[in-house]
Structures are given as C-alpha cells and as structure tokens.
Design a protein around this ligand. Sequence first.
Ligand code: HEC
Length: 117
Amino acid sequence: MKARFIKTSWLGVITAALIVISAFNTQTDIHKNHGELPLKDEKLKKEAFKILDTKCNVCHRKQNPFMVFNEKNISRRAKKIYQMVFIERRMPKGNEIQLTNEEFIKLKKWLFTENIL
Ligand code: HEC
C-alpha cells in the first residue's frame, strides 16, 4: 500500500515537471526570431508598401498589371519580391528607376518580418 503511494506521487512529480518544461519551451519559441525584430510590424509594412508603390507600381501598372502591389497582397508576394530584388536583381527593371540604400534596407527589414529570410 505504502509502496504504491510512493510510485503514484513520483508520477505526479514527473508530470508536473513535464508541464513546467513544456510551458518554458513555448515561451522560448516566441524569441526564436533572433530576438531582434518582432514579427508583424504594420508600420514597417506600410513603409515597404510605399516603396513598392512609388518604385514598382509606377511601371507595373502599365507593363505588368498582374503584379501591381497593394497592402493586402505584398505579404503573399514577399518571397517573389525578395527573389527579384535581392537575389536575381532583375527589379526594378531598367535603369530609370533605382532604389536608394535606405529603401533597400527598409525592404529587407520588412522581408525579414515576413519570415521568409
Ligand atoms: C520599368 C518597369 C518596371 C519596374 C520599375 C519594376 N518592374 Fe517588376 N516587372 C516589370 C515587368 C515588365 C515584369 C514582367 C516581365 C519580367 O519579368 O521582366 C515584371 C515582373 C516582376 C515580378 C514577377 C516576376 C515573376 O517571376 O513572375 C516581380 C516580383 C517584380 N516585377 C517585382 C518588382 C519590384 C519589387 C519592383 C520595385 C522594386 C519592380 N518589379 C519594378 C517591370 C518593372
């Protein structure tokens, strides 16, 4: 009878320990993103959209109407934007429209918050 009670209470201790450990784990998950920028930054997203609107949409509206950016579709297109601007460097197309250093940095920061980098 006594031995059984001891076994049961050990189970309780182990279960409690597991609950504490898993709670701690979910807390550290939140900080996985290098602990730097919080994901989802609406202000940054608005600023990124402003760049996409002035430097990309001006041309896309005429030459690539299926890729006109708005505040709703840019998150979905973040990966493609990253690919075109930072990897293949095909956009902005031509020599007339260029991104400033600040605009590159801002776009990159926003892309980071979209969790695709
Ligand atoms: C002077 C015109 C022009 C400017 C400026 C421009 N684009 Fe484009 N973009 C195009 C054209 C034309 C296409 C479609 C044909 C092609 O890929 O060249 C295109 C296609 C794209 C695509 C789709 C590529 C694919 O694989 O489907 C993306 C993404 C894109 N542009 C992003 C951007 C971004 C981001 C900017 C601004 C930083 C930008 N573009 C600026 C003309 C432009």
